[in-house]
Design a protein around this ligand. Structure first.
Ligand code: DCS
Length: 474
């Protein structure tokens, strides 16, 4: 086996979730544990925790899946079950796609790429070129491809935040390139200081690392911060000065919980607004149908926009995309729906808006509730989530627990998270999986458990935490 494969670590599907799966099986087999269900807070997978899909999206997807329903003989029946605009959208998509069982263009269906370009134009107020947009299997495959083309030997470095979402560290391990870490500042609500970026790039270059790109996750995962426009300008200026390609992971762009103080700005928009000097700054930005209020993670929809990327590089990207033939067509359809949902005046608009708003408001309430719960616990502090789907609290783990973890050959935060899982069925991921300042301990939890169960979810964690502290307190 290739040694690089062995070197990869990916905590959100690591030891904790594997144990959680085993416990879940035990419960299914009728065994009695101290809890009656496993709550998978290890991953931002809303529909796994029973978030309802957006009705219009599923209506269109189901009609595309079964075009027989659109035939004249079934028309009456279908019009009873489906609103007219869902039928019309499915017909329009099928006209442009043909059969969804066929391979599509390797960059994605041209009609859908045009719609994505229009969405970006509406969002940012600057033009987007459909030829510079690649539809991808979730954002993950776009990120992997771009990291692959940006690196060529083990002295190549890519700047990644710490804490980070481990897609980045895992992919860099696989392509044998070096992560060049920069730390987010927990005391400033996980803010990003450009001086830290400068220090990090200088140190790495002094060691002979060929630093090529900077990854920004905005809003952050696992940290939930949302960058200010001013900070983004500084980041772009830094990339421009240091000749770094900017990778903007913007999959949580609609998960924004303080829209007045902390609105979302895309890097594309900020870059475009910065004038002539910056119009050679290379940028890749990523979006996904897995997040937001959509949560269609299993469908694997996403896109990648290339800004100021050389045509020859685009050709190579296209070639790499061709090796996989095409992104799956169900995901492409979801990208179309995400970027082009029912508009005001459409029959389905009201229902779409009310479903979307209800999920959004509920996420916002749950984010606050869980942060309040964590902050009420002995030795735990937690920043509010300005965006995304996660909290990343810090825990002061008592010395006796650190000793006990050592005996089990576990990191202290993994020891804590495993104890939580065994006691409550709640599966979170230790901070070690994302990276953290040495000597600090964290875990990441989603705030996705259903709202009607949220109080009992919080009280289970409270009870466990108190018991853990009582057991190990000096
Ligand atoms: N980028 C970020 C910042 C993510 O959080 C995720 C998924 C992705 C990209 C890739 O998602 P898709 O490939 O589905 O578009 N987040 C993982 C996580 O931390 N929990 O759930 C999945």
């Amino acid at each position: 086996m290739h040694p690089l494969v062995r070197s990869v670590e990916y905590a959100v599907r690591g030891a904790l979730p594997i144990r959680a799966e085993a416990l879940s099986k035990q419960l299914q087999n009728g065994e009695k544990l101290g809890f009656d269900r496993v709550v998978f807070c290890n991953i931002g997978n809303p529909q796994q925790l029973n978030q309802k899909p957006i009705t219009f999206f599923r209506q269109v997807a189901s009609l595309c899946e079964n075009p027989e329903l659109l035939k004249a003989e079934n028309r009456q029946l279908v019009e009873k079950l489906y609103p007219k605009d869902a039928i019309a959208r499915a017909e329009l998509l099928l006209k442009n796609i043909g059969s969804i069982g066929a391979y599509s263009h390797s960059k994605g269906i041209p009609f859908i790429r045009e719609n994505v370009a229009k969405f970006i134009e509406r969002r940012d107020g600057y033009p987007a070129n459909p030829e510079h947009i690649f539809l991808t299997q979730g954002a993950s495959s776009g990120v992997q491809t771009v990291l692959q083309i940006l690196t060529q030997h083990n002295k190549c470095g890519i700047m990644i935040p710490i804490p980070q979402y481990p897609l980045y560290s895992a992919t860099l391990s696989l392509v044998d390139a070096q992560p060049v870490p920069y730390y987010l500042n927990e005391k400033q609500n996980w803010g990003l200081n450009v001086d830290d970026l400068k220090k990090s790039v200088e140190e790495s270059r002094a060691k002979g690392v060929d630093v090529r790109a900077l990854v920004i996750i905005n809003p952050g995962n696992p940290t939930g911060q949302c960058l200010s426009e001013e900070n983004m300008r500084e980041i772009i200026d830094f990339c421009h000065t240091e000749h770094l390609v900017l990778l903007a992971d913007e999959v949580y762009q609609t998960n924004i919980y303080q829209p007045e103080q902390r609105p979302f700005h895309s890097f594309k928009k900020v870059l475009m607004s910065m004038g002539e000097k910056y119009q050679d700054q290379e940028l890749f930005s990523f979006h996904s149908t897995s997040k937001g209020m959509i949560g269609e993670c299993g469908r694997r929809g996403g896109y990648l926009e290339c800004v100021n990327i050389d045509e020859q590089v685009l050709d190579q990207l296209y070639k790499i995309a061709s090796i996989s033939l095409c992104p799956n067509v169900h995901g492409q359809i979801m990208v179309d729906l995400m970027t082009n949902p029912p508009a005001e005046g459409d029959i389905s608009h009201e229902q779409f808006k009310s479903e979307n708003d209800a999920i959004y408001e509920s996420l916002r309430r749950r984010a606050t509730k869980l942060a309040t719960c964590f902050n009420s616990l002995e030795g735990m502090t937690c920043n509010d989530a300005e965006g995304a789907m996660y909290l990343f609290p810090q825990i002061q783990i008592p010395e006796k627990a650190i000793e006990a973890a050592k005996e089990k050959n576990m990191a202290p935060d993994a020891f804590y998270a495993m104890a939580m899982l065994e006691a409550t069925g709640v599966c979170v991921i230790p901070g070690t999986g994302f990276g953290q300042e040495p000597g600090t301990w964290h875990f990441r939890s989603t705030f996705l458990p259903e709202e009607h169960l949220f109080d009992s979810f919080c009280s289970a964690i409270e009870k466990f935490h108190q018991g853990f502290m009582d057991k190990y307190r000096a």
